[in-house]
Write a protein that binds this ligand. Sequence first.
Ligand SMILES: Cc1cc2nc3c(=O)[nH]c(=O)nc-3n(C[C@H](O)[C@H](O)[C@H](O)COP(=O)(O)OP(=O)(O)OC[C@H]3O[C@@H](n4cnc5c(N)ncnc54)[C@H](O)[C@@H]3O)c2cc1C
Length: 446
Amino acid sequence: MYRQKYDVIVAGGGTAGIAAALSAARSGAHVLLIEKNAYAGGTAASGLPFVDFFNRNGRQVVAGVAEELMNRLFQEKASLGHIRTSGGHLNSVTMIDPEWVKIIAEEMLLESGCDILYHTFVCAAEVEGNCLKSIVAANKNGLTEFHAGCFIDTTGDGDLAKFAGAKYHQGRESDGLCQAMSLLFKLGDVDVERATALFSENPIKACPVGGDHEYNLHISGKLTNWNDIILKEEIFPHPDHNIWAGTMRENELTYVNTIRVSEKNGADAYELSEAEIEGRRQLKKVIRFLNKHVPGMEKAHITSIQNGIGIRETRRIDGEYVLTGQDIIEGRRFEDCIARNGYCIDIHDPKGQGWGVSRIQSEEQSYDIPYRCIVPERIDHLLVAGRCISTTAEALASTRIMPSCMALGQAAGTAAAMAAEQGQVPRNLDIKHLQAVLKKDGAVIE
Ligand SMILES: Cc1cc2nc3c(=O)[nH]c(=O)nc-3n(C[C@H](O)[C@H](O)[C@H](O)COP(=O)(O)OP(=O)(O)OC[C@H]3O[C@@H](n4cnc5c(N)ncnc54)[C@H](O)[C@@H]3O)c2cc1C
C-alpha cells in the first residue's frame, strides 16, 4: 500500500537510484523509489558492461551494493564476473545481461522493503525557504504530491534538484556543449568470435554463456578499414569512427556502441526527441553497413534498441565541493570520502569527432569522491547521486561510470536514511558515523 509521506524518496530508479533506495531501506527507512520507466535499472539495464570495479594496480575500489548486484547476476548466469584487462584504457570489465538487471534489481529492492512506483515522472518540487518539502509526480492517476524527510535525486539529469531551484552547470566551460550521446542496440545472430577477432587490440578474453571456449568477446576500436565506404555512403560524417561492443552470450552482441548524436541537450525534451530520431536514423544505415561489410555480422539483426538514447552528460548540480579533473589526475584523498574510483577521464567529443582519455597519475591509481559532492549548495533535505553530482565537466567524464554511480547511490541512501531518522539536514550529518556505516556495509572508502 503506497503512502504519501515517506522517510526517504528516491527520484529515478537507475544505476545510482537502485543503490540509494536499497541502502536507505536497509537502514530502516520507509522508502519510495519513483521511476519513469516500467522497470528499475536505467542505463545499467542497457547492456553496457560495468567497467573498473578495479584500479590499474588491481585493487578493488568499488564493492558494497554494486558488488552484491554483480554477484546475484553471476548466480543467475547473467554476468561473466569481473574480467581484469590490460593494455587499453580499462582496468576491468564486468559483462552483464541487461534483462536480468531488471529482474534482480527489482528483487533486491523488494527484499529491502522499499516501495516502487513505476511509470511515474517527478515533475515539480515545493521548497520553503531552503528546505525541499515535497515533490509532484505525474502518472496515469494524474498529479500526486509526496512528502519525505529526505529526497535523493538519481535522475541522471538532476531533474529534481533543478525543479527545487538548485544551481547547476552543464557542458564544458568553453561553449556549454555536452559529450555526444549514443543510441545503444543489441544484435542477434552474430558470429562473435569472427567479428571480435577483427579488433584484436587489448582483447578481453572469456567464455560467453552458451559458448564452449574462451575468445576475445569485446570490440574496442575504429572502423578505419571501412573509411571509404563510411564517408561515401554517409554512414558517419567523420573517418576513423569508433565502435565498442561486447557480449556475454554466444551469438549475440549484448551492446553495440557506435551511433553518435552530438550537439543536443539531453535535459531538454525537444532536443532529446530530436536526438532519439537522429539515433534511429543512423541505426538504420549502420545495421545495413554491418551486414554488408563486417565479417561475422552478415546475418546480424537488431534484437533490441536501448530504451532511450544513452546520455553521457547533462546537468551537474553545484554542491558544497566541486570535484575537478585535477583532483582525479592527482588521485586526491578527502577526509569526507564516501566512494572511490579508479577510472580515467574519458571524454567523447561534444562535436562527435573521436574520443580521448587522461589517466590517473597517482601511485594509488584511484581517487576519493567527497560527501560534499552529493550535497547541493543551498537546498536542504536533498542529496544527489549518479552522474549529476557536483563536478567539473572533466571530472564527470570519470565519475559517471556505473560502479562509481552505484557507490555514490549507496552513500546517498545511507546518508538520507540517517538524516531522516535524526531530523537532521544532510549537510550537518556526522561524516565519521556515515563512513563507519558505509564500511560496515562493504563500501570501499579508504
Ligand atoms: C553510451 C554510453 C556508454 C557508456 N558506457 C559505459 C560503460 O561501458 N561502462 C560503465 O560503467 N559506464 C558506462 N557509461 C556511463 C554510465 O552508464 C552512466 O553514466 C550511469 O549509468 C548513470 O547512472 P545514473 O544513475 O546517474 O543514471 P541512469 O542509470 O540513467 O538512471 C536514471 C534513472 O532515472 C529515471 N528518471 C530520469 N528522470 C526522471 C524523472 N524526472 N522522474 C522519474 N524518473 C526519472 C530514468 O528513467 C533512469 O532509470 C556509459 C554511458 C553512455 C550514455
